[in-house]
Each structure stands twice: as C-alpha cells, then as structure tokens.
Design a protein around this ligand. Structure first.
Ligand code: AKG
Ligand code: FE2
Length: 301
C-alpha cells in the first residue's frame, strides 16, 4: 500500500508551481480542482500514478494507501510549504473533494504534539486507539488523510490501520447484533460544516451489506462514553479484533496517508517517551485533510 512517485513525474512536479487554491464554503472550489487537474494531467505518468492510488484506496481488498512524497517535499524545501501543499491537495482532489469541516481551521489542519492534552486524543502523546474520524456525524468524511511533515524525532508513533469489515466478520453473531443497535455515542458536535447532523446515539453497524457502509466505531468510546455492559463488551470485542488484524508502519516526512473510512479504521501507537525534552517546533507534525466522495459514486470517489 506504499505508492512511490516515478522519478520522471517527480522531476516534472518539482518544476511546477500550482496556483493558490480557492474555497467554495468548506470545500475546495471546483475551479481549483479543474485547474490543478489540467496542470497535472500532462505530467509524465501522472494518470498512471493516480490510477494506482485510486485502486489502493477504493479497489477490491483495498482501503488505504501511503503516497510517498518525501523526495518532492525535500526538493520543494518542506512538506508544509505552499508549493508542496498545493501538489498534495491536487493528488487528494483526484480521489475526492477536499473540504474542511472546521470553520476556524484552514483546509489542512495541524496535528502537532501537546504534552498536556488527553494522551489518547488527537495531538496527545499516548496510544491513539482505533477510530474513524468524525464518527458522530450523520455524514462522516469518506476519506481522512494525514500528511507527515515531521515524524517523532524520538522515533515513536507508528500509524496503525485495520480492516473494519474483516474485524466485524470475526465477531460472534450475538456481538454483531449488539453492535447494530443504536446504543453508542461519543464526543461532542459543535460548529462543524458539511457533515450533516449529530448522530447520537448511533449503531456501530448500520445494516448495510457485509463489507459496505461505515463501521461507525471509535475505541475511545470504551473509556470515555457511558455504555451498557453488553454493548460495551461487544464494542470491546471489536476493538480487540481490530488490534488482532492491524498493520503498523512509521510515516516519514512527506508521506501522505489516505484512509477510506468505509473500509479501514486508523490510529497511532504512543509517541516515544521524553516528548517534554523536544522543543515544540521539532516535535512530530502531521497535517490532516478530509475528503468528501461525490454522491452516486458508491465507495469509489
Ligand atoms: O497522530 C496520528 O498519527 C493520528 C491522528 C489521528 O488519527 C487524528 O487526529 O484523528
Ligand atoms: Fe483520526
């Protein structure tokens, strides 16, 4: 699921300066998506690279990919600079429509390291358990994407991914029945755009055919939400199966992880201890971007 950029494409992209993007409400403007596509379509092996990427995130047995943009980030100076971010945005736009559900944040949201935060939450230093992003929205983003600007300089924090439907398939019939009940809730829902309404309570399994639909789950609910004993136990089983089936890998600078939230859940192992000794500006930094699939294109794009 690691996808490299062919060297001739890398060379062409290094010479390219895409224009600044425009937003249309929370979403990347259509005009920008078309402009970026036109600029990139003629770059050598671009179409082929995008086809590989699309297949990895939406094809049979797929659900996530890491696009290795590290050389490009180096060539352009930084994975957080404008020129690089426009290229990453252009790749993202080939999968689905980039948008920001947070009116107060830019399109790409910083996920830094905060040593005072709940260690198990976004930007905390601890184990970030399996979850889907924006789990309590009626319309969660079909894709969540994480661009690694800087890995943990102390060497911790590998990403973890697990096939949600495969984990569900390993559960007992009884547990699946419990997970299909509207008995789960997690978190707050405030000042969010383009995600529908708050979903509370929600079923983890929505009755779609096996392998389809979201597995609306976050293992963070096990400790942070009040659940009935039976529903909690079923959710705990699912969390265990997700861990059983997980893959883990370290994101390097310039790696761009794209997760199809209908298929895979994601998380992160704890950062290495000793974060307080690392200057804030040297700590791990990711940028997060959400993508909305076009209606009528199923789980593809
Ligand atoms: O830090 C990471 O690698 C993952 C963060 C994450 O999943 C989130 O903030 O939603
Ligand atoms: Fe996440």
């Amino acid at each position: 699921m690691f996808i490299g950029i062919p060297s001739e494409l890398e060379a062409a992209l290094t010479d390219l300066t895409l224009p600044a993007w425009k937003l249309d409400g929370p979403a990347l403007a259509r005009s920008t998506m078309e402009e970026y596509r036109t600029e990139l379509a003629t770059a050598p092996r671009f179409e082929e690279t995008v086809a590989t990427l699309r297949h990895a995130v939406t094809g049979e047995g797929g659900g996530y990919a890491v696009l290795r943009l590290g050389n490009l980030a180096k060539a352009l100076g930084s994975a957080a600079g404008d020129r690089f971010l426009r290229l990453a945005t252009a790749f993202a736009a080939e999968i689905a429509t980039p948008f920001s559900p947070f009116p107060q944040w830019p399109l790409w949201k910083d996920i830094g390291v905060k040593i005072d935060k709940d260690p198990g939450k976004s930007s905390g230093i601890g184990y970030n358990a399996f979850h889907m992003d924006l789990v309590n929205a009626t319309r969660p983003p079909e894709y969540t994407t994480l661009l690694c600007v800087r890995p943990d300089p102390l060497g911790g924090g590998p990403s973890i991914l697990s096939d949600a439907h495969a984990a569900v398939a390993r559960l007992s019939e009884d547990n699946r029945a419990l997970l299909a009940e509207s008995a789960y809730h997690y978190g707050t829902f405030f000042n969010l755009h383009g995600l529908g309404e708050e979903c509370k309570p929600f079923p983890i399994l929505d009755g779609s055919d096996p392998g389809a639909g979201f597995v609306r789950f976050t293992a963070k609910m096990l400790e942070r939400s009040q659940l009935s004993e039976a529903h909690g136990a079923a959710a705990r089983e699912l969390a265990e199966q997700l861990v059983w089936g997980q893959v883990s890998f370290m994101l390097e600078a310039g790696d761009y992880l794209i997760v199809n939230q209908r298929r895979f859940l994601h998380g992160r192992e704890a950062l290495q201890s000793g974060q307080e000794t690392v200057p804030v500006g040297d700590r791990r930094l990711l940028l997060q971007l959400f993508l909305r699939a076009q209606p009528g294109t199923g789980s593809a794009a």
